[in-house]
Design a protein around this ligand. Structure first.
Ligand code: HEM
Length: 515
């Protein structure tokens, strides 16, 4: 008999291993009488069900994921990559590293439509031989704000109103009109780039500035980009509405179906590199995540390719419980002083200890695929002790002379940038909030610009007059034509509103929602 021909025991049991003989009826006094409370199998089943949900992610709750592999080129442009980073996953041409990727939208809940105007998350976990590396990015290459202090306010402004529980363009543009650094991101977000057609045909970006460190301990600044081999496809608002009317899972479905059909999506990973200093010659600060690094000065250099080739076996275990964080770096990769990056790095593992639990790193989707040995013990849901083979298990501290864990040998020079200055709470000097936003406005194709203006006007038209005026002023600082078109659109909307009945006006105010 072959192993697969052995009879399989399909008996339903409780979690305690007791065969379950009655799974259709609770235990009652007579067929119509009251239910008894000593009915353990029922209590176990219903109380487990009562706990099936964990807290949603506070942002990026709606997502889809897949497994795959990253293959390194061994070079960056024409140079050996070792000139810049000693990270092992990049060194040899053809070296493969398993990955898990989660794509997401940001603002709304776990089953919200995937056609909404929103940045898309693009988070990649590399299971490297040196432990995990998470590259937690978005589809768009810039962000709304440049200081982590402002993140909860940004998210509150975009989330539903705390009283009406509806997302409200008025609140969004109240915040944006007081946050001029967001104009570059807004010029992307309200164009078709704010609604990628699906997850396969969108770019990814690390957005924040990181560092690479070589064997000599020398650092450079680096930005990461994912370029889809499937091409890029975005939707206008009317196109998105048509899809949403029939299918609010279209992006999850598209990814799953493509992988099931063997049509594996691929992205090339490219980097931009800059020397690690303030670059006074630039009109922006390289650590400002509201800015792009101009491609003509800092070309995109390919370093490898990622293929997604396997769907999750269980959505909850893998996609829901996966935990990415910007602090999860391997040797040869480092942080820059980007203030957003530093704030993010605290936030991710903090929320995950709450969202998933203290021992979230023991779950298979989060655990490194290499030897893990720590002296961390216990906590909720701990089920394994991460020790080294042969280790004296009485020793859960370090240092020890009784065969406990030892510090890893230091193989390479530490990257030790010199930092001096007063402790302050200050914005950066080179804010330059409007120039790149204006460039982006001019770079959009005509249909993208038309869609951008329509979307902005329909959303801002619902805001109070002083917010509308402030927004026109900000758009004008980006580009005169940009400001003029938004102002004309708002004037037209106001005239139409004045001519309409009170019911139509009310209807229009409600339709002036961003998403
Ligand atoms: C998710 C915080 C900025 C991309 C999250 C989560 C938090 C968070 C708390 C939920 C994590 C979880 O429950 O596992 C922050 C803070 C930021 C910030 C405090 C700014 C200071 C950004 C930026 C990007 C980004 C700039 C894009 C580069 C993501 C992505 C996810 C996420 C992709 C979802 C990860 C997943 O799929 O599990 N963020 N974030 N965030 N964030 Fe951020």
């Amino acid at each position: 008999m072959k192993p697969q021909d052995k009879p399989v025991d399909q008996t339903l049991t409780t979690r305690q291993g007791h065969p379950l003989t009655h799974n259709q009826n609770v235990r009652t006094v007579g067929s119509r009488g009251p239910t008894t409370l000593e009915n353990y199998p029922f209590l176990e089943k219903i109380s487990h069900f009562d706990r099936e949900r964990i807290p949603e992610r506070v942002v990026h709750a709606r997502g889809a994921g897949a497994h795959g592999v990253f293959e390194a080129y061994g070079t960056v442009g024409d140079e050996p990559i070792s000139n810049y980073t000693r990270a092992k996953l990049f060194q040899e041409k053809g070296k493969q590293t398993p990955v898990f990727v989660r794509f997401s939208s940001v603002i709304h809940g776990g089953h919200s439509p995937e056609t909404l105007r929103d940045p898309r998350g693009f988070a990649v976990k590399f299971y490297t031989e040196d432990g995990n590396w998470d590259l937690v990015g978005n589809n768009l290459k810039v962000f709304f704000i440049r200081d982590a202090m402002k993140f909860p306010d940004l998210v509150h402004a975009f989330k539903p109103d705390p009283i009406t529980n509806r997302q409200d363009g008025h609140r969004i543009f109240d915040f944006i009109s007081n946050t001029p650094e967001a104009l570059h991101m807004i010029t992307f977000l309200f164009s078709p780039w704010g609604i990628p057609a699906n997850y396969r045909q969108m770019q990814g970006s690390g957005v924040n500035t990181y560092k690479w460190v070589n064997e000599a301990g020398e650092g450079v600044l680096v930005k990461y980009h994912w370029e889809p081999k499937q091409g890029i496809k975005n939707l206008t608002q009317p196109e998105a509405e048509k899809i949403q009317a029939k299918n609010f899972n279209h992006a999850t479905q598209d990814l799953y179906d493509a992988i099931e059909a063997g049509n594996f999506p691929q992205w090339e990973l490219l980097v931009q590199i800059m020397s690690d200093d303030e670059h006074p010659e630039l009109d922006f600060d390289p650590l400002d995540d509201t800015k792009l690094w101009p491609e003509d000065q800092f070309p995109w250099l390919p370093v490898g390719v990622m293929t997604l080739n396997k769907n999750p076996e269980n959505y909850f275990h893998e996609v829901e419980q996966v935990a990415f964080g910007t602090g999860v770096l391997v040797d040869g990769l480092d942080f820059s002083d980007d203030k957003m990056l530093q704030g993010r790095t605290f936030s991710y593992s903090d929320t995950q200890r709450y969202r998933v639990g203290t021992n979230y790193l023991q779950l298979p989707i989060n655990a490194p695929r290499k030897h893990v040995a720590t002296n961390q013990r216990d906590g909720q849901m701990a089920y394994r002790v991460d020790t080294a083979p042969g280790q004296n298990k009485h020793v859960n501290y370090e240092p020890s002379s009784m065969n406990g864990l030892k510090e890893a040998p230091k193989k390479y020079a530490e990257h030790q940038p010199y930092i001096a200055g007063n402790l302050v709470r200050q914005p950066i000097d080179r804010t330059n909030n409007f120039k790149q936003a204006g460039e982006r406005y001019r770079l959009h194709e005509d249909w993208e610009r038309d869609d951008l203006i329509n979307n902005l006007v329909s959303t801002i038209a619902g805001a109070e007059q002083h917010i509308q005026d402030k927004m026109v002023e900000l758009f004008t600082q980006c580009d005169e034509d940009y400001g003029r078109r938004v102002r004309d659109g708002l004037d037209r909307a106001r005239n139409a509103n004045e001519k309409s009945t009170p019911e139509e006006a009310e209807e229009m105010a409600h339709s002036a929602q961003p998403y």
